[in-house]
Design a protein around this ligand. Structure first.
Ligand SMILES: [Zn+2]
Ligand SMILES: [Zn+2]
Length: 132
């Protein structure tokens, strides 16, 4: 009789720990392995696919999008855009509060929280201009 049974991923043949509670939901795989096996489809592994929560988003387009948003916000700020949080300290406080609540933000919109931290930061940079 087994006293300790380690869950093994069918795809990578490595132990499943973090997503062990969803082991059967993910067809006895890691979440990431499930994603690449069934959801990532015709996309290159290093390319972001169209499924919510794609792990490749973090190495694909995220950085460039954040750079673009930061530059656009700098221009808006320099031209006195009517932000609810116009000073640096108000803006950064709102940014921190928004990040704390970001899971709720996506759930309220019926969206899966993004697989890429870049995407969360990008949404937060924009939201912090007006977040109460
Ligand atoms: Zn795996
Ligand atoms: Zn994907």
């Amino acid at each position: 009789m087994l006293h300790h049974m380690e869950l093994m991923c069918r795809r990578s043949h490595r132990p499943v720990r973090v997503s062990a509670a969803q082991f059967d939901v993910f067809e006895q795989m890691h979440y990431v392995c499930f994603h690449y096996e069934f959801e990532h489809d015709a996309f290159d592994v290093d390319e972001e696919c169209s499924a919510g929560g794609c792990p490749s988003a973090t190495i694909a387009t995220g950085r460039g999008i954040v750079i673009g948003t930061a530059r656009a916000l700098a221009i808006e700020s320099a031209s006195d855009a009517p932000w609810a949080n116009p000073t640096v300290h108000e803006y950064l406080e709102a940014f921190a509060r928004w990040l704390e609540d970001s899971d709720g933000y996506y759930i309220n919109q019926g969206r899966v929280p993004p697989g890429s931290g870049w995407e969360v930061v990008n949404d937060g940079l924009r939201a912090a201009t007006t977040y109460e």
